[in-house]
Design a protein around this ligand. Structure first.
Ligand code: NAI
Length: 336
């Protein structure tokens, strides 16, 4: 079949047809009925690289899947509900995106979610190990800083851990930084490039404003205010939603962008770069977000720390002990 298509394209004068490009990927969303899961699934339904969209949750997925399946894009949408269908939802997945778990309410830190969400990540990771051990896994569930090490330990125990295939999604921090800088400078946020490194909670979120393109113009006071705003942007949304949850729409956008980048990398696109929280030897923290090149096997190259000024070096010093604590908590939980 492929031979025939190649021959046909050659006859039509299309010579650059790459047989290595697959263009058909299965993506599973775990937690697909939630505040993030639904709009994220809607955005993934529109991604032309996705042919099989698998929606898993403990509630409501038949309805969400039926609804999305009426959208006129090529992907097939299937709903899976309840723990006994988790394995089937994951089988053959190329990418698994996980926004399953409880979100924050006002006054809560991300770490307060640990008791409920750690168990959810453990169960889903065990099933990934059995059903799609080669999938690229993107964890949105908070606390991201701890959930990613939990998944790593579970996958290690199952003998299938590949650090190049496990990612904590910190894309929303980048998206927020681009939005705030774009508005402050009066430029299109889409034109702003800025690395946000570290982890995904409070002081572990480290926007490297000195490397912003275009340059962020502001005195030290403005820089510190913007840094804290990016670090606390999630709390801004939690407060504004007044008990109705945390960021869902902007997170869905960010999650779809990150999953889309994983798919582009899988598909052989060049220069796909995203910041993401991965196993790392760049700092003393064994998981850390830096800009990464994404490729056919997930993490292709870690681009390391961007150049930091003195203020950013201090932020990094503050982030490391907190990150180490968060990581150890995940390791201890998984091995308890
Ligand atoms: P939500 O409560 O609206 O949705 C969560 C969904 O997970 C629900 O549909 C629920 O049924 C499902 N769920 C619960 N247990 C499950 C299990 N064992 N297996 C599969 N699904 C299960 O919450 P929302 O707002 O969608 O947030 C989800 C998570 O994402 C939270 O932990 C939140 O803190 C986190 N988050 C992460 C961000 C990031 O930047 N990484 C940003 C915003 C939120």
């Amino acid at each position: 079949m492929l031979k025939q298509v190649t021959k046909q394209l050659a006859l039509q004068g299309v010579r650059n047809f790459s047989v290595s490009q697959q263009n058909n990927y299965k993506v599973t969303v775990c937690g697909a009925s939630g505040g993030i899961g639904q709009p994220l699934s809607l955005l993934l339904k529109q991604n032309p690289l996705v042919t099989d969209l698998s929606l898993y949750d403990i509630v409501h997925t038949p309805g969400v899947a039926a609804d999305l399946s009426h959208i006129d894009t090529k992907s097939k949408t299937t709903g899976f509900m309840g723990a006994d269908q988790l394995g089937d939802s994951l089988k053959g997945s190329d990418v698994v995106v996980i926004p399953a778990g409880v979100p924050r309410k006002p006054g809560m830190t991300r770490d307060d979610l640990f008791n409920v969400n750690a168990g959810i990540i453990k169960d889903i990771s065990n099933s990934i190990a059995k059903n799609c051990p080669k999938a690229l896994v993107a964890i949105i569930t908070n606390p991201v800083n701890t959930c990613v090490p939990i998944a790593a330990e579970i996958l290690k125990k199952a003998g299938v851990y590949d650090p190049k295939r496990l990612f904590g999604v910190s894309t929303l921090d980048v998206v927020r930084a681009r939005a705030f800088i774009g508005h402050a400078l009066g430029v299109d946020p889409q034109s702003v490039q800025i690395p946000v490194i570290g982890g995904h909670s409070g002081v572990t979120i480290l926007p490297v404003l000195s490397q912003s393109q275009p340059q962020f113009k502001g005195n030290q006071d403005a820089i510190e205010k913007l840094t804290v705003r990016i670090q606390e942007a999630g709390t801004e949304v939690v407060k504004a939603k007044a008990g109705a949850g945390s960021a869902t729409l902007s997170m869905a956008y960010a999650g779809a962008r990150f999953a889309g980048s994983l798919l582009k990398g899988l598909n052989g696109d060049k220069n796909v770069i995203e910041c993401s929280y991965v196993q790392s030897n760049i700092t003393e923290a064994t998981f850390f977000s830096t800009p990464l090149v994404l490729g056919k096997n997930g993490l292709q190259e870690n681009l390391g720390l961007p150049k930091l000024n003195d203020y950013e070096k201090k932020l990094l010093e503050a982030a490391i002990p907190e990150l180490k604590k968060n990581i150890q908590k995940g390791i201890d939980f998984a091995n308890a």
